[in-house]
Design a protein. Structure first.
Length: 99
């Protein structure tokens, strides 16, 4: 999407030293010029349509945040399988609905 005309501007912001995720979010938020901020982790991959899927929710003024569903990419391995169970449980609790 960033290669298409009219796509949102993307800015890389780096801190001098690692101070944790909360500090990184605060640092990026302080430098953001837009109304919507996408927060992620370095090891996350997004569906190609992530911005098109999440963006329209913000047209409603009562919406202040939108989250996606975390899916582990290799759930057949024992450790990622445990991680997937955790995120499935988190999704169930957050949405109060079955997966």
């Amino acid at each position: 999407m960033c290669h298409e005309g009219g796509a949102p501007l993307t800015k890389l912001v780096c801190e001098d030293e690692r101070r944790g995720k909360a500090s990184a979010i605060n640092c990026g938020s302080a430098r953001a010029a837009g109304e919507i901020i996408l927060v992620t982790d370095a090891n996350a991959f997004f569906d190609a349509n992530v911005l098109a899927e999440l963006g329209p929710h913000f047209e409603r003024p009562e919406i202040g945040g939108v989250g996606g569903r975390y899916v582990v990419s290799n759930p057949d391995d024992p450790l990622p399988l445990t991680e997937q169970f955790y995120w499935d449980l988190e999704t169930l609790l957050r949405t109060a609905s079955p997966l």
